[in-house]
Design a protein around this ligand. Structure first.
Ligand SMILES: [Zn+2]
Length: 495
């Protein structure tokens, strides 16, 4: 058996100004990996690609690896980048194979295509009309019909934070490799669940994902509910579901509709109310009297990397500095220029530099607003580290050249590649112990809970500025299909 195994992962925020060239898909190398280097890098990792490698080897299959690319979320993918990766996969399939296993995100918009994944699958189908294609997807998939029509099996993460990437790979590949008769149903409900309300650790998604898992225990080959990614102004942004059964189309349809109905009936619980920043910081200050029980987490949720934030808006960090909060670790401000300035000054130097605010956000009509910060350069590193897990365990991560700027009250991580702080290793690499702090500021919404959740005493959600704004009224939706809840409160489920 010959398998084509590949990874192309990108979540696209169409409001983000952060560009997405091919190099963004690589970690610790100038370009995405290909060939045996993919196996060497991903064997043993807690990723869908890691699962595909294991299953291929267990099946005694010959596997070829045309590409493994995983970019931090950002603006639509440049055409050259997309064509380079899609071209490698299609060329590998064209040489002949018995099955294709793909580790995709499911919300990739390119400069030319709203549905990067559907376009890739359509191209594979044109040259291999009947080859089985198993696809692992992120829970933030925005499912276009082409994905459901061209894939043989789709399995999505059932956890957010995403700590079941490996298991999802197993669920996507097993029906393909075990020669069952996968039969798939997919569908949508017209709703945009709010990212701040999507965690599978909380209601209502906890119950929906539990039901999907139960369906699999009861015989479905794969059952997935996708919360969708709302910061994408494309027709199929929003929630969807896919259920795969062994040859029973009617069952697949009814289980898929059941997941969608659960989500629709809970739509009001998926709406998030924003608290003004001043109020949040006042609450934080009141909570900071004692260190007992661990740090208070301050979430800069308008500017998190995993939702394609620039990671360089200074509203929340500036508020923390102005409020005089002390014993704070902050991860992270994306500012390659500031890192260079600190490198030139050297460890131990005292510097006053403009920090953040380099990127303009035209989709929101916002200019970048740097802030002068004075502090000591505590540490300078290269920035490559390995995730300890539980999310993407063992995968290489790259924050680029990075430094710690210590104001005396706040230790600020300054980085030159975007990474979400979901892993303790991102702090360890910089010599910061977040568990010992009074406060930890994170440019994260939900993923931080994977690696840092257990240390948190309390959480304060801080509304700052950025292209992952939690206030949908700041975004100009022009192309998402309407009506859609909650933009249109009277939306009907069949819309
Ligand atoms: Zn996701």
């Amino acid at each position: 058996m010959r398998l084509v195994i590949a990874q192309v992962k990108h979540e696209t925020n169409t409001f983000s100004p952060v560009p997405t060239p091919l190099a963004r898909f690589a970690h610790g190398a100038p370009l995405p990996l290909e060939g045996p280097a993919v196996r060497d890098a991903y064997k043993g990792t807690g990723t869908a690609l890691g699962a595909f490698i294991d299953l291929a080897e267990q099946a005694g299959a010959e596997a070829v690896y045309p590409v493994a690319g995983n970019a931090a979320p950002s603006a639509p993918v440049e055409d050259e980048a997309y064509e380079a990766m899609a071209g490698r996969i299609v060329a590998a399939v064209a040489k002949g194979c018995d099955a294709v296993l793909l580790d995709l995100h499911g919300a990739m918009v390119t400069r030319s295509f709203d549905d990067g994944e559907g376009e890739l699958l359509a191209r594979i189908r044109r040259i291999a009309p009947s080859v089985p294609i198993g696809v692992a997807l992120d829970m933030h998939t925005n499912l276009f019909p082409a994905m459901g029509q061209h894939a043989t099996v789709i399995a999505g993460y059932q956890t957010y934070p995403h700590v079941d990437m490996y298991e999802t790979g197993v669920r996507a590949a097993t029906p393909i490799l075990k020669s069952s008769r996968p039969t798939m149903a997919f569908g949508h409900r017209p709703m945009l669940p709010h990212v701040m309300r999507q965690s599978s650790l909380d209601s209502p998604n906890r119950e929906i994902q539990a039901r999907a898992k139960e369906m699999e225990r009861q015989g479905a080959l794969a059952a997935s509910f996708f919360v969708g990614f709302p910061h994408a102004d494309i027709p199929y942004a929003g929630s969807s579901a896919v259920v795969v059964t062994d040859g029973d189309a009617r069952k697949a349809r009814s289980l898929c509709d059941e997941l969608l109905d659960m989500a629709w009936n809970a739509r009001k619980q998926f709406v998030y109310e924003v608290e003004p920043l001043e109020k949040s910081l006042l609450r934080a200050k009141e909570m900071g009297g004692s260190k007992a029980g661990g740090p208070v987490m301050l979430l800069d949720h308008y500017d998190n990397c995993a939702s394609c934030g620039t990671m360089d808006t200074m509203a929340v960090l500036g508020g923390i500095l102005d409020a005089g909060l002390a014993d704070v670790a902050a991860f992270a401000v994306f500012d390659p220029r500031a890192v260079e300035q600190m490198q030139r000054a050297g460890v131990g130097a005292r510097v006053t530099i403009p920090l953040g605010g380099n990127l303009e956000m035209p989709a929101l009509g916002l200019k970048g607003k740097p802030r002068q910060v004075t502090g000591n350069v505590r540490r300078i590193i290269g920035g490559i580290y390995r995730n300890e897990g539980p999310m993407a365990r063992g995968e290489l991560a790259d924050m680029g050249a990075a430094a710690v700027l210590d104001t005396g009250k706040v230790e600020i991580a300054v980085i030159s590649r975007h990474v979400e702080p979901h892993d303790i290793a991102s702090f360890r690499a910089l010599g910061i112990d977040p568990a010992g702090k009074r406060y930890v500021m994170l440019k994260s919404r939900v993923h931080w809970r994977a690696g840092l959740g257990p240390m948190a005493r309390a959480v304060v959600e801080c509304a700052g500025e950025g292209v992952c704004t939690s206030d949908y009224s700041q975004l100009q939706f022009r192309r998402v299909r309407r009506p859609v809840y909650p933009l249109d409160p009277d939306t009907r489920p069949t819309a």
